[in-house]
Write a protein that binds this ligand. Sequence first.
Ligand code: SF4
Ligand code: SF4
Length: 406
Amino acid sequence: MSNFHSVNLREGLCNGCTACVTVCPTEAVRVNSQKAEIMTTRCTDCGACLRACPNHAKTGRVDNMKDLDNYKYKIALPDPAIFGQFAPDVQPERILGSFLSLGFDEVFDVATACDLVSKKIKEKIVKTNHPLISASCPAVIRLIQALYPDLIKNLVTIEAPLEVAGQLARKKAIERGLDSEDIGIFYISPCPAKVTAVKRPVARKKSSVNKVLSIVDLYGNILKFANMKNTKTLQLKASGKGYGWARAGGESLAVGAYNNVVVDGIEHVTKVLGEIEIGKLPNVDYIECWACVGGCVGGPLVVENPFIARVKIRKKAELLNNNVQSSGIDKLDHSIFEWEEEIKPRQIMSLDNNMTVAISKGKKLQEILSKLPGYDCGACGAPTCRAHAEDFVQGSIQSTRCVFKK
Ligand code: SF4
Ligand code: SF4
């Protein structure tokens, strides 16, 4: 599991068009012999390539409903993004209830954890004197580890709502007399990055969540059950602000960060992180970054158009109580909110760990680059001329394949 990646290539569907190559923020994709390849050391599971592929050759590696059979007591943890997926007449209470019809014994609404996490983040903002970066999007965390390691110190060291929800759901079930081994916690995810956050967490050894299902895979059945008269309804317990976490800007609203910046879409996130790194946003308290356009409502494993889903979530949230629901938070063991481990940088772009070797490779790279035209067209299968020259220097290709070579 240590090298687990959720974004996966279905080779049979790939025709080597290179659409995925240029969108990857960490230059993790190459096309060789007319098939895409993902360099797992570089991939952040952001899903940009998944979205860009016209042939649907990239997919998120998720668990499936058969996994429910492995547990005596099954708890569903639906991400708030799910509430933006359905037509306005499908009540959120019925969406939650439909998980019981699907075979779950209990539903723990992740939006309730969003409320608790909001309160904890607010405390951090008050106590800190430098810009804090939200750590809620796991793709952004991995991007920072890989490309902006100096910004690791700016990340809010508070667990994401999905992990807090998993811990609370398990704890409550154990308090009711269940054996931890019998409890299966299933997070219902909008994205591959959150699958990887569960299977290979960055700030803890093991996630409290057991399995991850995708919203897109469950959509049809939820819709079917939500429309059946005998499906139970479950009360919404989170505030409108808790549900609002599903859209970009919702987290800042919930944590009360008004001196803030909200950035969504991985290419915009990379630009803004670069600006923070060189000190261009000194007067901002909180920076909310989402890899997906619109936030999690725009995740690669959802159904609805992100712009429509975003409005639906906002409208639903506005109908609810907008006071963050954090009653009882003082009785909780607060270690559930804190990262267990420090996040470390990932050295993915350096030519070599040995300085002498790196310098010699750098010289060779410049020599090859001087013979390439700098069009960055992707025809060679690499995202840029530099990446192509680097592949050669690193020995992953035996000759340069530039069609425009001088
Ligand atoms: S998931 Fe993101 S980081 Fe990984 S290969 Fe695709 S675009 Fe690159
Ligand atoms: S914005 Fe949300 S859906 Fe998209 S990668 Fe980040 S956590 Fe996943």
